[in-house]
Design a binder for this molecule. Structure first.
Ligand SMILES: C[S@@+](CC[C@H](N)C(=O)[O-])C[C@H]1O[C@@H](n2cnc3c(N)ncnc32)[C@H](O)[C@@H]1O
Length: 267
């Protein structure tokens, strides 16, 4: 990998997509090799704490429901939905992630129809789904979050559910470091400038993550016609010693690492 320079600066939707699509294509094999067993081929995990949908019960009964997953990767979560009788469909920007989804279709025998697209332009009819969910998927990678939330509202049926997990917004105050060094607040919670990696050789943006505060999320959802139902901040389980990027027992015992937001479209 060429060396990268880290910056905090504004990046628009075109630049975010141009960076993150190829980045996920490059990273997909390592991501699935490193995290595949933890995710489980037919598993539904909401984040590095390991909270499962079986325990969280966020989506409700998915049997006979039309379900869309944003940023579905290899489709493990959608496969969990399919195994319970839901008609889950995956959507992801990365061709390589979707190739892993095809691999799991064959290995598990549980097929998740998937489409390569961006969460800012959903290639589906209005009111096509009962549930849209996203487990650490597309939401923190898009710049144009207003369009993504509006698109989600458009494809949901009245009363439909939108549930998603993201890096807990308070984590943006700390360096992305799983050790004690990552417990010292060094950045403003209210600094919305995205985290940007720039390829030192080409000068191109190679990776982007976007930050919204909890208040931003409430305003975004309310503005698009959603009613907030739950905000889950999974606690770090006793004895769970897996390190995933900046998530670790050291930090997880003291600060939330993941936020799961559950909202319903007004009926
Ligand atoms: C951290 S992975 C999570 C994948 C899956 N949900 C899981 O739990 O393994 C984030 C996924 O979001 C996808 N993604 C990034 N930007 C996207 C966009 N604009 N639209 C759709 N998917 C996107 C990536 O390709 C990647 O597969």
């Amino acid at each position: 990998m060429p060396p990268v320079r880290v910056e905090r600066r504004a990046v628009d939707e075109t630049e975010s997509r141009r960076a993150n699509g190829p980045d996920w294509d490059r990273y997909a094999d390592e991501y699935q090799r490193t995290h595949g067993a933890f995710l489980g081929d037919l598993g539904f995990v909401w984040g590095p704490e390991g909270l499962t949908e079986d325990d969280a019960q966020v989506l409700g009964d998915v049997a006979d429901r039309d379900v869309l997953e944003l940023g579905s990767g290899a489709g493990q979560c959608s496969r969990w939905v399919r195994a319970r009788g839901g008609r889950a469909v995956g959507l992801d920007l990365s061709h390589r992630q979707l190739q892993h989804s095809r691999r799991l279709d064959e290995e598990t025998g549980v097929v998740v129809p998937s489409v390569r697209a961006t969460a800012t332009g959903l290639p589906f009819a209005d009111a096509a789904f009962d549930v849209v969910f996203c487990s650490f998927g597309a939401l923190q990678f898009v710049a144009d979050i207003e369009t993504t939330v509006a698109e989600t509202a458009r494809v949901l049926r009245p009363g439909g559910r939108f549930a998603f997990s993201i890096t807990h917004p308070t984590r943006w105050m700390f360096a992305d470091d799983p050790s004690e060094a990552g417990l010292v607040a060094s950045q403003s919670y209210w600094d919305r400038r995205p985290y940007v990696e720039v390829d030192e050789e080409s000068g191109e943006v190679s990776y982007v993550e976007h930050h919204r505060t909890l208040g931003d999320w409430v305003a975004l959802l309310a503005g698009a016609g959603f009613c907030l139902r739950r905000l889950i901040e999974p606690e770090w389980p006793e004895g769970h010693d897996r390190v995933w990027g900046g998530w670790s027992a050291v930090r997880g015992r003291l600060t939330p690492g993941t936020a799961i937001v559950v909202a319903d479209l007004h009926g």
